[in-house]
Write a protein that binds this ligand. Structure first.
Ligand code: HEC
Ligand code: CU
Length: 332
């Protein structure tokens, strides 16, 4: 981002979200807004302090002292004229008040973002993997539970609780325009929450170095009106149909050990759930667009596109590849 773009962040929020999806200088929900205000406030105070100190130093340098007067023997007085200590007291006084105010503001900010004001009926369990995000929507009853990956939908204007666990190393869950980072630690469960006050797609990213493909561990939070969210959720809850397409057989034979497609024999858990793969806009945690080209390239050789990824090249014949991609595209 160029420095002058920062001005646009303030003047035109829509631009901020579209052009700088990872900028935390502007947020769009109560889990982030208090911190953003504090951020800008402390920055402005710091700038003011620099300007005031610089001005005072300049004044000190430029101000003429009254010339020292020699006594009868021509000696200059050793003692300097008194005065000025008053300014030390004033300076210390002002700084103390300002710093205390900042500390109090910080404390209020931390408590404001610690937990949502309203109840959170929706809880999503996020599990960090090298290098993708699993997402389980836990319902009140098991039949309301479903699993997806790398793209979570939330209803606008409602707080959503995120339960964070890791299956391997430490990751960090971070959607900068909605809230701060929370570490995702193996053997420990952390919680955070997010709320989006405007509909939109918010980009998230692993915020803690977790290995070679850390940079390709993105996450999308899609905030939509309640009605659309319910439609999405209902679609996600549905299982896929057993398919007789040739690609389905290839998938069962070569991919089901790692991938789940609910409603079929595929129950693998090493890779993302693919039941509603086509409802997602990207694959491989934001690396590729989710279309025939992206899918074919990915399945042909994931290691070339995301070296080190836990998905191996499966070694399909061209026809099998074609069929399996056609099958995947039916998983709407
Ligand atoms: C050894 C386990 C394994 C096998 C076998 C495997 N995959 Fe994967 N697959 C993964 C993992 C792990 C990922 C996540 C990779 C990442 O994003 O870094 C993945 C990701 C994917 C994705 C992207 C999903 C998303 O939402 O990002 C697709 C599509 C996919 N695999 C299709 C297939 C197909 C088709 C086959 C069989 C031809 C297959 N996989 C075989 C482990 C496997
Ligand atoms: Cu990471």
């Amino acid at each position: 981002m160029r420095p002058w773009h920062a001005a646009w962040l303030v003047l035109w929020p829509g631009w901020a979200r579209a052009a700088t999806p990872m900028s935390y200088l502007q947020t769009f929900g109560p889990a982030g807004d208090p911190v953003t205000r504090l951020n800008w406030g402390l920055m402005l105070i710091s700038i003011a302090v620099c300007v005031i100190i610089a001005a005072l130093v300049l004044m000190g340098i430029l101000r003429r002292r009254p010339p020292l007067v020699a006594d009868a023997e021509g000696r200059l007085p050793v003692e300097k004229p008194a005065g000025g200590i008053r300014w030390i007291y004033i300076g210390v006084g002002i700084s103390t008040v300002v710093l205390l105010a900042c500390a109090v503001w910080t404390a209020f900010t931390l408590s404001a973002v610690a937990s949502p004001a309203n109840k959170t009926p929706i809880e999503v369990e996020i599990d960090g993997h090298q290098w993708w995000w699993g997402a389980t929507y836990t319902g009140a009853v098991p039949s309301e539970e479903f699993v997806t990956a790398n793209e979570v939908h939330i209803p606008v204007g409602q707080p959503v609780r995120f339960k964070l666990v890791s299956t391997d190393v430490i990751h960090s869950f971070w959607v900068p325009q909605l809230g701060g980072k929370t570490d995702v630690i193996p053997g420990q469960t952390n919680y955070t929450w997010l709320q989006a006050d405007r509909p939109g797609v918010y980009r998230g990213q692993c915020g803690e170095y977790c290995g070679a493909q850390h940079a390709h561990m993105a996450l999308y939070v899609v905030a939509e009106p309640q009605e659309q969210f319910t439609t999405w959720k209902t679609a996600q809850l549905a299982a896929a149909n057993e398919s007789t397409a040739p690609g389905a057989a290839v998938f069962q034979a070569r991919c089901s050990v790692c991938h789940t497609v609910r409603g079929t024999q595929a129950h693998g858990a090493l890779g993302p759930d693919l039941t509603h793969l086509m409802s997602r806009s990207t694959i491989a945690a934001g690396l590729l667009p989710n279309n025939a080209g992206g899918l074919s390239g990915w399945i042909l050789n994931p290691q070339a596109l995301k070296p080190g990824t836990r998905m191996p090249p499966v070694g399909l014949q061209p026809e099998e590849l074609h069929d399996v991609v056609a099958y995947l595209q039916t998983l709407k």
